[in-house]
Design a protein around this ligand. Structure first.
Ligand SMILES: [Zn+2]
Length: 355
């Protein structure tokens, strides 16, 4: 059982062609030329990264290590999946994205392959392939474009209150970067998240929420998007990895133009079904972890269901149209009990943030 596979050592940009074989105890990665051992990974420590929908071959890792192994050969993947229980996910058929990657040429394909790993498996893998500073710059520029003709609310105590809770929630999820929440005056009743931990709330959402738990619930949901890196993944899915690769390869202004022209930004901000479910689940879990009242996400949807706006702007953000609102309510329903995430003073300050 030995077919060429790719091995990324996780420390340098080097990619080596390797052979792979499995014993009862180990996965052995070796150089085809002289059979020299590159790595021995204990079976018990193996993991397959991700849902395998993005890349032809999902990377295999040794847990806790940075190195990655990509096994190109489908037959070999199937054999390993059958033999080695932790590798069972390798048998899942890949999505057609692999063909697009192949068309990019070898150099860029390597970059893009690593790049997918980076955006799927967190900021620790993203460096240096997708520096956080670039994501933040992209988010800031998109934000500037988006609010160019709108008023940003400046109430300092209110902004401090919502930013403090946002950062507390993100820290509870182990997120290492700062979150910045902006409040835009007026409507629609909506909130959304941009790359680089930038959250945008419209003041109509704060005003029309029935109580502070609902605003805390929406905030926690948006933090769910942040900690799962949904905005940058969403842009990658919407526009293709070729475009997002410009972030790392010097075509930044092209990328920004594409994102901010026409109604594109609304498309880019639309989260898929899986992302919304994940953000809902994580949002509730973070509130519960901090021992705050956690009924706000379901409460917000119940309260707003009749008013759900139908215009294009509302297809993005918290209203991303799927999964169905009723299903989201059922999944996030929690008892209306516990300490409110916003104190009395913070909630009052937030209600006055635009005054
Ligand atoms: Zn959402």
């Amino acid at each position: 059982m030995a077919t060429a596979s790719r091995y990324y050592d996780g420390e340098t940009a080097l990619v080596s062609e390797v052979g792979v074989r499995a014993t009862a105890a180990e996965l052995i990665i070796f150089r085809p030329a002289d059979s020299g051992i590159v790595a021995r990974w204990p079976i018990a420590e193996l993991a397959v990264l991700g849902d395998s929908g993005h890349e032809g071959a999902p990377p295999v890792v040794r847990r806790g290590g940075e190195a990655r192994l990509v096994i190109e050969d489908l037959e070999l993947r199937r054999q390993l999946a059958a033999l080695v229980p932790p590798l069972a996910a390798l048998a899942v058929l890949p999505a057609p994205v692999g063909r697009r990657v192949a068309a990019l040429g070898a150099t860029l394909a390597v970059l893009v392959g690593l790049f997918w790993v980076a955006i799927d498996y967190g900021t620790e893998y993203a460096a240096p392939w997708l520096p956080y500073s670039l994501q933040a710059k992209l988010g800031e520029n998109v934000f500037e474009e988006l609010v160019a003709d709108k008023d940003e609310c400046q109430g300092k105590p209110g902004l401090e209150a919502i930013n403090a809770l946002a950062n507390k929630l993100a820290q509870a999820a182990g997120y290492e970067h700062e979150i910045v929440v902006h409040v835009i005056e007026g409507g629609p009743v909506n909130a959304f998240t941009l790359p680089g931990g930038i959250l945008v709330f419209y003041s109509d959402l704060i005003e029309q929420a029935k109580d502070r738990s609902q605003v805390a619930g929406v905030l926690a949901h948006e933090i769910g998007h942040v900690v799962h890196h949904h905005p940058i993944k969403g842009i990658a899915r919407q526009y293709g990895i070729e475009l997002l690769a410009k972030l790392v390869s010097g075509g930044y202004s092209d990328l920004l133009n594409t994102l901010t022209s026409g109604g594109n930004i609304l498309l880019a901000l639309r989260n898929g079904r899986a992302f919304e479910r994940e953000a809902d689940t994580t949002g509730v879990a973070l509130l519960e972890k901090l021992e705050f009242r956690a009924d706000g996400i379901a409460g917000f949807f119940e309260q707003m269901m009749e008013k759900e706006p139908k215009d294009a702007a509302s297809a993005a953000g918290i209203w991303s149209s799927h999964p169905p609102t009723r299903e989201r309510i059922a999944a996030t329903k929690r008892p209306a009990a516990g300490t409110p995430a916003f104190s009395d003073a913070d909630w009052k300050a937030l209600r006055d943030v635009c005054k």
